[in-house]
Write a new protein. Structure first.
Length: 310
């Protein structure tokens, strides 16, 4: 991963993700929820450019809502750079430039992609030469989705989602993503899930510490058949996200009527991921959603994780 430390700048591209499957356990006393999820990296990217500097700074461009992106230590990319510097005893700083394409607060892990890209970019810029295992360990300390953004592809995540195992996914899966001008807060969505479960009496007294991804999900990915995968799409957070944003259900309905095999809220939302049979159908679905006044993007997966762009 390392380049010569004398390099003036390093450009790294990292993908956003969707959750093909997301099972959420009950809330423990410490607020922790066990997760079982399948991530798939898709062709919607964040670009991070790192340049030598005496101190740490950050600029953001590209997305319509960049004003909502913090430029201090609340930003995962800034924290990633400082964590790497501390871990390697690097004495200088870095000027980070983030060019966003993944929606802010959209449930697609854009901030995590920025953090993964910042780790790779700074490691190369500074010539610190960390091993893949050490990079994964640092990524895990930054957040549950950061290790996956580092590796990409398709993977099963357990624990908090940061314990990763690669999943075999044959072929290409075409998705239409419907983004939203207004994000959803992940803590709010999880809180709503807990409330809904309490109201339904479905919250266990002693929630399990770990969950498993159902075998049919993994079999569908291995088959490479979008129709088979569509039957297994699932998100425990979807009911909570739809409670906060009832309009998202209409978006899914429009997509399915236009030809999508199935639709799902991605992660904690509000981005909707619609699985399509092939690129041609995806283009039809994208057109229909745009005609309804919504922002729709055609992407595919799986794609690699954070990579240096030469």
């Amino acid at each position: 991963m390392s380049l010569a430390a004398s390099t003036e700048s390093v450009h790294v591209r990292a993908p956003g993700k969707i959750n093909v499957y997301l099972g959420v356990g009950g809330r423990h006393d410490d607020g922790y929820h066990a997760l079982a999820t399948v991530f798939q990296a898709v062709s919607l990217y964040e670009d991070v450019i790192a340049r030598h500097a005496d101190d740490f700074s950050l600029t953001v461009s590209g997305a319509d809502d960049v004003d909502d992106v913090p430029l201090d230590d609340r930003n995962l990319a800034m924290r990633a750079a400082k964590l790497l510097a501390a871990a390697t005893e690097y004495p200088g700083g870095v000027a980070l430039e983030i060019r966003k394409r993944v929606p802010v607060a959209g449930g697609m892990g854009g901030g995590s992609a920025d953090a993964a890209a910042a780790l790779v970019a700074c490691d190369a810029l500074w010539g610190t030469g960390l091993s893949a295992a050490r990079m994964h360990e640092l990524a895990s300390r930054l957040g549950a989705d950061v290790p996956f953004a580092l590796h990409g592809g398709t993977a099963v995540g357990t624990g908090r989602g940061d314990q990763l195992n690669p999943a075999l996914a044959r072929g290409r899966f075409d998705w239409v993503l419907v983004t939203s001008e207004h994000g959803l807060s992940t803590p709010v969505v999880y809180g709503r899930l807990d409330t809904l479960r309490e109201e339904e009496g479905a919250l266990a007294d002693d929630p399990p510490l770990s969950l498993d991804v159902p075998i049919p999900v993994l079999q569908a990915l291995r088959s490479g058949d979008p129709g088979q995968l569509a039957e297994t799409l699932y998100n425990d957070l979807q009911a909570a996200a739809l409670f906060e944003r009832p309009d998202l259900a209409q978006t899914i309905d429009i997509g399915i009527r236009a030809g999508a095999l199935q639709g799902i809220v991605s992660g904690s939302g509000p981005t909707i991921a619609l699985l399509c049979a092939d690129p041609e159908v995806a283009q039809d679905v994208q057109t229909a959603l745009r005609r309804s006044g919504q922002e729709a993007l055609h992407v595919h997966g799986p794609v690699p994780g954070a990579r240096i762009i030469v």
